[in-house]
Design a protein around this ligand. Structure first.
Ligand code: FAD
Ligand code: DLZ
Ligand code: SF4
Length: 509
């Protein structure tokens, strides 16, 4: 009897994926395909492409070694049609197969492409998450507002993670208030280990260098893990050397120290090399063994069990139109600084240089530097979304879009966050050491060296006064603005307008 096509996508790299669990190794054909359509939608960072392709090659080899029949399309195979749907059809025709099984893709785009195949397709739920789409909808139903904190508490109760009976471990659900220490001066953070590329990874990096030399970002040095054993060893190193300080310094930023105490595991979780359940269980075990404080264990578990699952639930509920949302009507073009263009802003320069070199920036850099600037400057959220989707190794639409369109740009009108994440330069100054080395002066509110964040912060609030003033969490900001002398307010707005005009004219800001 002719077997079925079992399509395994580049972010489904675990033998426990639903489509493989439903397959017959003797009969069915596993299809995996490296295609230009995925590498170029949008123009992905070379390290992101290399990470996914190298991990795919190694996973395919492991499946074949475990006895599966695998048809693997390399990017430069002469017959490669360069789309996922094209490769499924090609393999199905060669095999004489009439049916496709796939674990549901994270993107609506790819889901539509696969559903449009002229073959019967079975989409199986992706069961790698703590919370299914159905469970999230049931939780969300009837609530006026969806807030991460309530979802997170429910998930703690449901999973028993960091629980003492029906009480949260440590006596409180959330240690966020204790997780906001600025980086301590002069303290060296533990070295972040990485891997010298092995032969498979090296081949892929060279291929990516040849094929995608027009994409933003450096292909080398490439330090990412590209298989489960490597990813596990990096995660173990995080548990042993950085988890203890993860909580207190979660929001800190330090020039020249891109990682600090962060885990740097998001590409592995998103691609399937690590599972969210195992990393949360391991972190809880460190706390129960007395090796790390509760605020670090809770801080980490809140990100994975709380935020990661929450944004996926929002993504599934919101449906395909989510990335086109633009609640604030922002339409400015993305300035060249995001693609490595010159800037006088030290915080932007550091975050974007690190993004170019590593395809990584940590959460507060993404949210309060590049995201904050885009939101304050009124940049088109669709362009901001394309940028984030292309430049980070962990960027897959289901997790990137709610973070960008929702949390960072408030373009979903408040589905993900209850208020926009905006700040003046004071926040960046408090949490980082960037301002000391900047051409602008963070203490200057107006004048030739005024920090752009200071000017644009007020411009943003004034632009969107009708929407945000009624929000109780923002009223105080408007009172502060109203208390400023009228001539000062006029100067701030005029200088902000001039700054935006310079940005539009392509001047270095
Ligand atoms: P750590 O700080 O060590 O946290 C541990 C883990 O928690 C992460 O690996 C990640 O899996 C999870 N996590 C933390 N915060 C979030 C969050 N807000 N949403 C989902 N998971 C979270 N994360 C992605 O995986 N892909 C993206 O494309 C992405 N785009 C983002 C864009 C913006 C504008 C913002 C503000 C955040 C984005 N995030 C994204 C979330 C977060 O910034 C990254 O998950 C994190 O920086 C990855 O680095 P890490 O592994 O060192 O994380
Ligand atoms: C991210 C990515 C890249 C760069 N390349 C491929 C690829 O060539 N083949 C593939 O199957 N998957 C790739 N991926 C991951 C997909 O983009 C991901 O599966 C979809 O975005 C669905 O979430
Ligand atoms: Fe960034 Fe302003 Fe500080 Fe310069 S002064 S680093 S622009 S926050």
């Amino acid at each position: 009897m002719v077997g079925r096509i079992i399509l395994v996508l580049g972010d489904q790299l675990t033998p426990d994926i639903a489509a493989l669990k439903a397959a017959d190794p003797l009969r069915d054909l596993v299809v995996m395909a490296e295609v230009r359509a995925e590498a170029r939608r949008p123009s992905n960072h070379p390290q992101k492409i290399a990470f996914f392709l190298a991990a795919m090659r190694k996973h395919a080899a492991a499946l074949a070694a475990a006895g599966w029949r695998v048809a693997y399309s390399r990017l430069d195979d002469p017959g490669n049609s360069q789309t996922i749907a094209g490769e499924v059809l090609r393999r199905a025709a060669a095999e004489g197969a009439h049916e496709v099984i796939v674990t549901e893709p994270g993107d609506w785009r790819l889901r539509a492409e696969i559903e449009a195949l002229p073959l019967p397709v079975t989409l199986l739920p992706d069961d790698r998450f703590f919370c299914s789409g159905t469970e999230f909808r049931a939780w969300a139903e009837g609530r006026k507002q969806l807030r991460m904190e309530w979802f997170y508490r429910e998930m703690r109760r449901r999973t028993g993670l960091l629980m003492e009976g029906d009480r949260p471990a440590g006596g409180t659900w959330n240690f966020d208030q204790e997780n906001r220490k600025p980086a301590p001066g002069g303290l060296l953070t533990p070295e972040q280990p990485g891997f010298e590329p092995d032969d498979v990874t090296n081949d892929v990096i060279s291929l990516v260098e040849r094929e995608f030399s027009d994409h933003f970002g450096n292909a080398r040095p490439f330090r990412w893990a590209t298989d489960r054993a490597q990813a596990l060893s990096l995660f173990r190193h995080f548990l042993d050397t950085r988890l203890a300080e993860f909580g207190p310094y979660q929001d800190a930023m330090v020039a020249g120290d891109p990682v600090l105490w962060h885990a740097v595991i998001s590409p592995y979780l998103n691609a399937g090399l690590l599972g969210p359940q195992e990393v949360c269980a391991a972190v809880e075990a460190e706390w129960r063994a007395g090796r790390v404080p509760i605020q670090s264990a809770e801080g980490f578990i809140r990100q994975v069990l709380g935020w990661r699952e929450f944004v996926r639930g929002i993504w599934l509920m919101a449906g395909p139109g989510y990335t086109a949302r633009n609640a604030l009507g922002h339409d400015r073009a993305l300035p060249p600084v995001y693609w490595g263009g010159e800037t006088r802003m030290a915080c932007m320069a550091a975050t974007i240089a690190q993004t170019r070199d590593m395809a990584y920036a940590h959460h507060i850099q993404r949210l309060m530097v590049t995201g904050n600037f885009a939101l304050l400057a009124g940049i088109d959220p669709g362009a901001v979304h394309d940028w984030y989707l292309s430049v980070y190794a962990d960027a897959l639409e289901w997790v990137e879009a709610p973070n960008v369109i929702g949390m960072s740009q408030f373009a979903d009108g408040g589905m993900v966050g209850s208020k926009p994440y905006v700040s003046s330069g004071a926040y960046i100054d408090r949490m980082s050491d960037y301002c000391g080395g900047c051409a602008y002066r963070v203490k200057d509110k107006t004048g030739p060296r005024a920090c752009p964040f200071n000017l644009l912060y007020w411009h943003f609030l004034v632009r969107h006064r009708d929407r945000f003033e009624p929000n109780p969490r923002m009223t105080q900001m408007y009172r502060t603005w109203d208390r400023m002398p009228a001539d000062r307010r006029a100067t701030v707005l005029a200088e902000a307008d001039a700054l935006l005009a310079r940005l539009d004219a392509g001047a270095v800001v």
